[in-house]
Design a protein around this ligand. Structure first.
Ligand SMILES: Nc1ncnc2c1ncn2[C@@H]1O[C@H](COP(=O)(O)OP(=O)(O)O)[C@@H](O)[C@H]1O
Ligand SMILES: Nc1ccn([C@@H]2O[C@H](COP(=O)(O)OP(=O)(O)O)[C@@H](O)[C@H]2O)c(=O)n1
Length: 238
């Protein structure tokens, strides 16, 4: 008995303190790739909050909700059950028990998600879900999105705001889809950024205490290294 207690307390002494990392920024700045890699490297959980907004949008499109009508969106918001798996090496997302990881990435969902995510009732529900996931992450978590540092987790240990030029972001996004049109990708991306930054409820914004990293001229490996270093410094100071 005493051996078990001693082993547990020894482990508690050597394990780094749980750390909450908030990574925000517009589309194509590298949030997902960076967050997954940082979480995997540091043994933390990972949450893609954009996937949750995409999932609720997908459900609405499949269930006859008029996504041009905020009142209809608000009424339907609590109906789908969204579950996020937080292993950074294999993140998952289900809606009512169904794997949604593929269908949430379609062009149709991408073009409608900003309208759905702007509705306050949607944000209240999803924000609650995000906070409970973060609170349950024993070793800590990297949470990426648009309003994590400002609204969802304002007490996060470290906040990063990633940026990059619209040209670099469009080129990265375009590179993911074979045969995609670079100019059209850039236009759609700028339109979505404007909607996300301009909405009333928790818009895309840099928290006052966030560290801004411009990734335009950096490789993904350099961005990951930069964030891992910042998190390590925070953990050491805790
Ligand atoms: N610093 C970088 N340099 C070049 N390509 C990058 C960089 N960061 C991310 N990428 C690539 O850009 C694309 C978009 O990255 P992603 O992490 O999905 O961005 P976000 O989550 O901010 O939308 C991915 O294909 C990714 O591999
Ligand atoms: N914390 C968040 C995350 C995403 N979102 C919304 O969800 C959309 C999709 O987010 P995403 O992270 O999957 O977008 P990409 O940049 O990866 O394409 C955004 O355009 C926002 O409308 C949000 O409102 N708040």
């Amino acid at each position: 008995m005493s051996t078990t207690v001693e082993t547990v307390s020894a482990a508690a002494r050597t394990a780094p303190p749980a750390v909450i990392v908030a990574i925000d920024g517009p589309s194509g700045t590298g949030k997902s790739s960076t967050s997954k890699a940082v979480a995997a490297q540091l043994g933390l959980s990972y949450l893609d909050t954009g996937a949750q907004y995409r999932a609720i949008t997908w459900w609405m499109l499949n269930n006859g909700v008029d996504v041009g009508d905020p009142a209809e969106i608000a009424t339907a918001a609590a109906k789908p059950v969204i579950v996020s798996g937080t292993d950074p090496t294999a993140p998952t997302i289900t809606v009512d028990g169904e794997d949604a990881s593929g269908p949430i990435r379609t062009q149709e969902v991408t073009s409608k998600v900003s309208a759905v995510s702007a509705v306050p009732e949607v944000r209240t529900l999803i924000t609650g879900l995000q906070r409970s996931i973060a609170a349950g992450a024993e070793r800590g978590i990297v949470v990426e999105g648009r309003d994590i540092g400002t609204t969802v987790l304002p007490d996060a240990d470290i906040k990063i705001f990633l940026t990059a030029s619209p040209e670099a972001r469009a080129a990265r996004r375009s590179g993911e889809v074979k045969g995609s049109d670079l100019a059209a990708t850039k236009e759609a991306l700028i339109k979505r950024d404007a909607a996300d930054s301009g909405r009333k409820t928790s818009p895309l914004a840099k928290a006052a205490d966030a560290v801004e990293v411009d990734t335009t001229e950096l490789t993904l490996a350099q961005v990951i290294e930069c964030v891992v270093t910042l998190v390590g410094e925070k953990q050491a100071a805790k």
